[in-house]
Design a protein around this ligand. Structure first.
Ligand code: PXL
Length: 266
C-alpha cells in the first residue's frame, strides 16, 4: 500500500484542503498521513475566520517522526498559509522521502488574477523556490502568472498559456500542469511535455465553486500514484470535479458536495 503525506491547512468548515484530501486519497486505498499547517475555523472565502498557525509544532512532529522512522512514498502540498512553511516543507522532503518519492505541489495562493486573503508577493517568492523541489506542479493560471511575474489576463489564448509553461520550465524541472485554463467556452489543463504541450479540454460549466482545485489535486494525485499517468489522472480528476459541481445543491455556496461523488464511486 502506498503511503502519502499531505501538507495543508485544516479548515474546520469549508470542504477544502485536508477535509477534502484525506477522504479522497483514503477512498483510493492510499494510506494518508497529514501535516496540518494551520487550523482555521473555516476557509477564507467566508466573511471571517480564526487562524492558528502550526509552524512551531512541525519541529516536534518531525522529531517524533524521525524517532519512529516514518517515510512517505509521496507528498501532496496545498495551502500552506505562511512562507516559513516552505523551508519546513523542504526539510520534510529531505527527512521523510522513501526511495523514489514523488513531490506534488499545488501552489494554492490565488485565483481570478488575485492573491487569496493573507498572502503577499513574499509568499509567492518562497513558493517559486519551493517548486524547484517538485516532481509535478499544479498551478492555476493566476498562480502561474504570479510565479512567472507575468501580467494576468482575464481573456487569453493558448499561446499565452504555453508561454507561462515555457517560463515555469525555467524555474523548475517539475512536470507542469496548468489547471482551469478557460479558452473559447471550454475548460482544460495544459500539460508540459518535452517538446510540445498536451491539452485536455472539457465542457466549461456555468458555475464556479470553491475548493474544486483541492479536489482536482487529490483525485489527480491518487490516480497518478496508482500508476495511471498524467494524462489519464488529469482526465479523471477533471471529470470528478465536473460531477461534483453538477451534483452540488444550488444554495451550497462555499464548496462542492464531493462526498456524493465519492460515495457513488464506491
Ligand atoms: O481551496 C483553497 C484554500 C484552502 N485553504 C484555505 C483557503 C483556501 C482558499 O481560499 O482559504 C484556508
Amino acid at each position: 500500500m502506498k503511503r502519502i503525506l499531505t501538507m495543508q491547512d485544516l479548515s474546520c468548515v469549508g470542504q477544502c484542503s485536508l477535509t477534502v484530501a484525506l477522504p479522497i486519497l483514503s477512498a483510493y486505498g492510499i494510506e494518508t498521513c497529514v501535516l496540518p499547517t494551520a487550523v482555521l475555523s473555516n476557509h477564507t472565502m467566508f466573511k471571517s475566520w480564526s487562524y492558528l498557525d502550526l509552524t512551531g509544532e512541525t519541529e516536534n512532529i518531525f522529531r517524533e517522526w524521525e524517532n519512529n522512522g516514518f517515510k512517505f512514498d509521496a507528498f501532496l502540498l496545498g495551502y500552506l498559509g505562511k512562507k516559513e512553511l516552505m523551508t519546513v516543507a523542504e526539510s520534510c522532503f529531505e527527512k521523510f522521502s522513501a526511495d523514489g518519492a514523488s513531490v506534488i505541489i499545488d501552489p494554492v495562493f490565488g485565483d481570478n488574477g488575485k492573491l487569496y486573503g493573507g498572502f503577499d508577493l513574499t509568499y509567492v517568492a518562497a513558493m517559486r523556490k519551493l517548486i524547484t523541489k517538485a516532481d509535478i506542479i499544479l498551478p492555476n493560471v493566476t498562480e502561474a502568472c504570479f510565479l512567472t511575474e507575468t501580467e494576468y489576463k482575464e481573456v487569453y489564448d493558448g499561446a499565452f498559456v504555453k508561454n507561462l509553461i515555457a517560463k515555469l520550465k525555467k524555474l523548475t524541472k517539475a512536470k507542469i500542469i496548468i489547471t482551469g485554463v478557460e479558452i473559447d467556452g471550454k475548460i482544460g489543463e495544459f500539460i508540459s511535455g518535452n517538446t510540445s504541450e498536451e491539452i485536455l479540454w472539457h465542457t466549461l460549466l456555468p458555475v464556479k465553486k470553491h475548493g474544486t482545485g483541492d479536489i482536482f489535486a487529490s483525485v489527480f494525485t491518487a490516480n497518478y500514484l496508482l500508476g495511471n499517468g498524467t494524462h489519464n489522472s488529469c482526465d479523471t480528476a477533471a471529470n470528478f470535479v465536473a460531477d461534483c459541481i453538477k451534483n452540488t445543491d444550488e444554495g451550497h455556496f462555499y464548496g462542492v458536495e464531493f462526498e456524493k461523488i465519492l460515495k457513488a464511486r464506491k
